[in-house]
Design a protein around this ligand. Structure first.
Ligand code: ADP
Ligand code: MG
Length: 833
């Protein structure tokens, strides 16, 4: 048994805050006390510890005096833990991690371990490291971002461990420091009033050190080669305890602060309980937080532990400093029971990997030592990775099985409740003969309760300071090891941040977490052994019937609702198809518009041709043609305008077909007039031709050819126009019918939606009624129970009355007998019985 080693470290004062102090902390050897400015000590504020490091002390000195021994012991097979505790910005991270010029405890420990291994020539070592943080009560792997929210488990072979945590086998200090550096990046830091880079999580750097005696030709000794020493070394940087008012935390910071304070409070509870001494300590609430659960072996268990409590010297922090010193004083009273962990089983990685490594060694015989080492390291890490992967899968499987069991248990309980309820009803009019059976049920229930109590009692952790059996790493585990990790405290643990609680905690106050741990009493409906009133039964039956009807109604409504929802879906699908069709129809006028535009282009060509004729000579035919073309152009322009309008405002401004028709008529009339005048002018021209036959003959031929072509084109265009008008008409009709259809479907959908709303309302009403009925049923059942209790009481009273009556009767009889004996003649026979 040995006490935890506790030291206090005072960080250098921040200059501006130091001025104007009325008190100061004075360090003398291993004592720290509060003094007034002029030097007189303040009584009652003086504490002694294993070491006190003043502000001038370096990390190397802290390491040499406080931690070195633990590290060396770890190499010999003892578990070791060193952690820094203190308020925010008091120097915890500085102590554990250090700076470039003054490396912290972790760095020095890593270097020291590998230096020492070099010096121990008769043992073979296997070291693996992991780095995790507990942030907002969740465990995250700092060596890989994949492993988040890890769970704590406990097994016979491995003790308490974090499942799925990445472990890396290492063979040099540089390799470890690189891993730590990569892990630091993933750590949660945040800015508070008190520290611009405040650690918002607890970090645990863990080294598992395995070692075994090297096989030499002379060592046939079983113990030196087969026994493997396994030790776990935890180097912990806690997040700072903080008073919310001072850190000015809000939002995320406040939430983190609450979690930090919660876990520190539980750590305080564990420390306070452990410091009470073995007799009074009772249940130690390790399971209340992940931090204490992971540190369980280090706190009152199988480990050598040192705590460094960091304090800030400024007067503003005096209360927190006092709190930290009180915490340290309590921690000093804790005793641990560290012993070398020697195992023979496959619990050691060194043992599990032995065969494979030997095989590799054999294969690589002749290779240079360096290559061999690298290959071995690679193989070891690969194997470890597979093992961890395997373990993770097993955990998942186990989790799955557990939830399956829970589900089954739940179903069984429900079934039991139903059975109990129905037997309650059916038994109510049975006679007393069945009471024996019920008694046995009650007895069974009692036995069950007794069983669960005994399990609870077995689960209470006794001092985990036990002697290990020679061939096992862990001798005895709590039954809770089968449970996955949990924190039984409520989430709304808001009072944790309350400053009074925080201050009380450091003064040794133990928050009554056990009250919160109490599981609610098991509620079980037990069949009564008394007869229930007939009326009650009827009432219950009535309520049951009502309930059945309402349930049926509800089911019916639900079915209808789902049918309507299906119909609604179908309609919505149809509507979307129709919408697509409508879009296609809307496209048609645009296409017409385009073809009209191309017709217009042709007309324009003709127009320009005739204008050329016009400029070349004063021919009336050309004039005539140009007029015709202009008319054609007008027609086409009008058409184009209308089509464009039709495309733009399809719905609000439907195509005005009659207007187009009207204009077409007008233009046709104009065209006819022009053609007539053209004919008369042609006759005139012919008479002119008689005067100048050769010239006019040629011209006439040319012009008539051109006219023919133009006419052809014109007819073609007119035909096209008619065709397209027809098409437009058809598509317009289709569009209108689609719109109508759409309207009908919309109306239908609206009415269906209305119906659905109505039925939903009805459903809600029915559910409400059902709930009321259920409530009534419950009240009724309760009333019945009360009545049963009354009856029970009455029966007891009745039985006692009956008993007293019987005894009175017996007494009376004996008196009579006596009297008869005395006066045999006087007492008549009728008094005999
Ligand atoms: P904590 O981790 O307790 O919140 P830190 O270790 O982050 O506090 O320290 C807060 C600040 O004080 C840092 O800037 C750190 O460098 C400085 N500091 C703490 N302790 C010492 C010390 N012993 N010597 C020099 N600087 C220190
Ligand atoms: Mg820190």
């Amino acid at each position: 048994m040995e006490k935890i080693c506790v030291a206090v470290r005072v960080r250098p004062a921040v200059t501006e805050e130091a001025s104007g102090n009325r008190t100061h902390w004075k360090v003398e050897d291993n004592r720290i006390s509060l003094h007034r400015l002029h030097g007189t000590p303040i009584s009652g504020v003086s504490y002694a510890f294993d070491h006190i490091f003043d502000e001038t002390c370096t990390n190397s000195r802290v390491y040499d005096l406080l931690t070195k021994e633990i590290i060396h012991s770890a190499l010999e097979g003892f578990n070791g833990t060193a952690f820094a505790y203190g308020q925010t910005s008091s120097g915890k991270t500085f102590t554990m991690n250090g700076s470039a010029t003054d490396p912290g405890i972790i760095h020095q420990a890593v270097k020291d371990i590998f230096d020492r291994i070099q010096m121990i020539s008769d043992r073979e070592f296997l070291i693996r490291v992991s780095y995790m943080e507990i942030y907002n009560e969740e465990i995250n792997d700092l060596l890989t971002l994949e492993n988040q929210k890890l769970q704590i488990h406990e097994s016979l072979e491995r003790g308490i461990f974090v499942a799925g945590l990445r472990e890396e086998i290492v063979n040099s200090a540089e390799q470890v420091l690189k891993l730590i550096e990569s892990g630091e990046v993933n750590r949660h830091f945040g800015e508070t009033n008190m520290n611009v880079r405040s650690s918002r999580s607890h970090t645990i750097f863990r080294m598992v050190i395995e070692s075994k005696g090297k096989e030499t030709s002379s060592s046939n000794d079983f113990s030196s080669t087969d026994v493997i020493r396994v030790s776990v070394l935890n180097l912990v940087d806690l997040a700072g305890s903080e008073r919310i008012a001072k850190t000015g935390a809000g939002g995320v910071r406040l939430k983190e602060g609450k979690y930090i304070n919660k876990s520190l409070m539980i750590l305080g509870n564990v420390i306070n309980k452990l410091s009470d001494g073995a007799k009074n300590r009772g249940h130690i609430p390790y399971r209340d937080s992940k931090l204490t659960r992971i540190l369980q072996p280090a706190l009152g268990g199988n480990a050598k532990t040192s705590i460094i409590c960091t304090i800030a010297p400024e007067e503003v922090h005096i209360e927190e400093t006092k709190g930290t010193l009180q915490f340290a004083s309590r921690a000093k009273r804790i005793t641990n029971c560290a012993q070398v962990n020697e195992i023979l089983s496959d619990g050691a990685l060194l043992k599990r990997q032995k065969l494979e490594i030997e095989e590799l060694r054999r294969k690589l015989q002749g290779s240079r030592a360096e290559v061999l080492e690298q290959e071995i390291l690679k193989l070891r890490n690969d194997m470890l990775k597979y093992e961890l992967e395997h373990e993770k899968l097993e955990m998942q499987l186990e989790e799955e099985r557990r939830s399956q069991r829970e589900r089954e248990q739940c179903i069984r309980e429900q079934q039991m409740k139903i059975d109990n309820l129905s037997s309650l009803v059916t038994n109510s009019d049975c006679d007393r003969n069945s009471s024996e059976e019920k008694d046995s049920v009650r007895q069974r229930f009692k036995e069950e309760c007794h069983d669960s109590n005994s399990i609870c009692q077995r689960d209470v952790f006794t001092t985990p300071c036990f002697k290990a059996a020679p061939n096992a790493f862990v001798v005895k585990r709590s039954n809770n090891s089968r449970l996955s990790d949990y924190s039984p405290l409520l989430d709304s643990f808001s009072y944790v941040a309350d400053e009074d609680t925080w201050m009380k905690l450091n003064k040794g106050h133990v928050t009554d977490l056990d009250l919160l741990l109490m599981t609610p009493a098991r509620k079980e409906l037990l069949p009564s052994n008394d007869v229930c009133s007939h009326e009650n039964n009827e009432e219950v039956e009535n309520l049951k019937r009502q309930l059945a009807i309402i349930t049926e109604e509800k089911n019916d409504l639900e079915r209808k609702h789902s049918e309507q929802a299906l119909l609604n879906d179908q309609l919505t699908g149809e509507i979307s198809v129709l919408k697509q069709e409508a879009l296609l129809v809307q496209e048609i006028p645009r296409r017409f518009c385009e073809s009209v535009a191309s017709c217009k282009d042709i007309y324009e060509d003709i127009l320009s041709m005739t204008q050329t004729f016009n400029s070349e000579g004063e021919f009336s035919i050309a004039k005539l043609l140009s007029g015709t073309c202009e008319i054609g152009m007008n027609i086409l322009s009008t058409l184009e305008t209308h089509f464009t309008m039709g495309v733009d405002v399809q719905k609000s401004f439907p195509l005005n077909k009659s207007l187009i028709q009207e204009q077409l008529e007008v233009l046709r009339g104009q065209l006819k007039n022009i053609t007539d005048s053209f004919l008369s002018e042609t006759i005139c021209t012919e008479s002119e031709q008689v005067k100048n036959p050769t010239y006019s003959c040629n011209n006439k031929e040319k012009l008539s050819d051109e006219l023919e072509t133009i006419k052809e084109k014109y007819h073609e265009l007119e035909k096209n126009l008619v065709l397209k008008s027809q098409l437009l008409e058809v598509s317009e009709e289709r569009f209108e019918s689609l719109v109508k259809e759409f309207q009908v479907l919309k109306q239908e959908r609206d009415s269906l939606l209305e119906k659905v709303a109505v039925s939903s309302q009805k459903l809600a009403e029915v559910t409400h009624r059902k709930e009321n009925v259920l409530k009534d049923l419950n009240t009724e059942v309760q009333g019945r129970k009360d009545l049963e209790d009354e009856i029970k009481k009455f029966s007891v009273a009745f039985a006692s009355r009956q008993q007293s009556l019987v005894s009175f009767c017996n007494e009376f009889k004996s008196n009579i007998e006596k009297l008869r004996a005395q006066n045999p003649v006087l007492v008549s026979k009728s008094f005999r019985y």
